[in-house]
Design a protein around this ligand. Structure first.
Ligand code: ZN
Length: 430
């Protein structure tokens, strides 16, 4: 069996969250690991929500490979069946091809290869967990709360890195050392129902919400350079050969230098301010009834210093008393040490596999399960490196349509992971 076939089969297992159904993926992995005679276990956080764990090697040092097995739903309008796992023209196609079943496959592949070919002097732990796409309570959150010893490690590698992007001809890999926080807000508007033929007798809650959403779209967040992002932008400017000191005042000018890489420029922009996006709206029950309630969900991403109170304050400034504001979920920004020997090892292993590249510590606008590890003091680095030829435009297919990954990148990922495990844990006889 080939690595790309493992990914194709993983994609064909529909583990869309909600509801998740990750147990089917865990059972598939169990089949692979049993066959390779690797110690493994499935831990269910509740029926159907399976987390898969496996271990090889013995020793004082411990490294964790972490990935997640659930995927987000596939919207309509794909050019191919999102759950076909189709392999064509050097690509594997389908939901999860990038986020994050490619990493599940590459981590499993590296581990099976290592079990067969080398004797590690330390412990390598593999955790393919459930529920990352909905906050991780049934996945890594459950494991940390109840089975922390099973996944204990000195440091972890997981999803969340980016790249490569080519800067002045050099493939540049971004290794995730931190991420913005998440504040998911719920807005509720109230009105008065009446017959839709005489709307002036009622108060239309959907219209009220429309005004609220319109106000959100006009929000201008304060630009704010945290040290980690300042460092990243400065390093990028230097790679570009620009003699310029990054500050809040010249950021947009700097981002324009990346206008050939729009996705990347927007990513950087998101790292310098609070972002908000109203992504779900529900209101009304029938065409001839004026609705008396409407709800909207807003995805808000925050920088350090922007706690729940700050978010509530900003929403209140924008919306006044137009709607009720709730913040049912708040997760603070979190960081790992970009100067640790672990980080250095990640960079070195990557250079060893891919050759002449640049690596930069990166802060991600999105959230991953790294935050669970960082909360308990485990350094966690987001790195799922693609081949130098990787088309950065494919990054837009994550959570979008036509998600796919090139097979070459799968092998780069798996070679990097193998190299990292060997470098950190050491091999008997080598
Ligand atoms: Zn995702």
């Amino acid at each position: 069996m080939k690595l790309e076939e493992v990914l194709s089969e993983l994609i064909q297992i529909r583990s869309v969250n909600p509801p998740g159904d990750e147990l089917k993926v865990a059972e598939y992995l169990k089949g692979l690991f049993d066959q390779a005679q690797i110690e493994n276990e499935i831990i269910q956080s509740c029926p159907g929500r399976g987390n898969f764990l496996a271990w090889i090697g013995e020793g004082r040092r411990k490294l964790l490979f972490l990935s997640h097995t659930d995927v987000v739903p596939a919207q309509a309008g794909w050019d191919f069946d999102p759950f076909s796992g189709r392999m064509r023209d050097g690509f594997v196609h389908g939901r999860g091809a990038l986020d994050c079943k490619s990493l599940v496959a590459a981590q499993a592949w590296a581990m099976i290869w290592l079990a067969e070919k080398s004797k590690l002097r330390g412990r390598l732990v593999f955790a393919a967990t459930a529920d990352e796409e909905r906050g991780g309570a049934y996945g890594l959150g459950h494991l940390i709360e109840n089975f922390r010893g099973r996944i204990a490690a000195d440091f972890a590698v997981t999803q969340g890195g980016e790249g490569p992007i080519t800067i002045e001809g050099k493939p540049t890999y971004l290794i995730q050392v931190g991420e913005k926080g998440t504040a998911w807000a719920k807005l509720k508007s109230k009105g008065l129902s009446c017959h839709g033929s005489i709307p002036t007798l009622g108060q239309n809650a959907v219209l009220k919400m429309a005004r609220a959403i319109e106000a959100l779209s006009r929000y201008k967040p304060r630009v704010f350079l945290i040290p980690e992002v300042r460092q990243l932008i400065q390093a990028l400017a230097e790679l570009k050969g620009l003699d310029i000191e990054a500050s809040e005042l010249n950021l947009d000018q700097l981002f324009d230098q990346f206008s050939d890489k729009k996705t990347f420029a927007e990513q950087l922009r998101a790292l310098t301010r609070l972002t908000l996006s109203p992504n779900v709206i529900h209101g009304g029950i029938k065409t001839n009834i004026v609705p008396d309630s409407c709800e909207a969900e807003v995805d808000i991403r925050v920088l350090p210093g922007q706690d729940e109170g700050y978010v509530r304050g900003e929403l209140h400034k924008i919306l006044g008393d137009l709607v009720e504001i709730e913040i049912p979920q708040y997760m603070p920004p979190n960081f790992s040490d970009a100067k640790s020997p672990y980080y250095k090892l990640v960079e070195d292993s990557l250079s060893e596999v891919v050759g002449d590249i640049a690596c930069l510590p990166y802060v991600s606008p999105g959230a991953t399960d790294s935050r669970y590890l960082r909360k308990i003091g485990v350094q966690s680095y987001g790195v799922s490196p693609m081949a130098p030829s990787f088309d950065p435009a494919l990054a837009r297919t994550v959570h979008g349509k036509n998600e796919r990954v090139d097979i070459e990148s799968l092998y780069v990922m798996s070679k990097f992971l193998t190299q990292l495990a060997k470098s950190y844990l050491g091999c008997k006889g080598e």
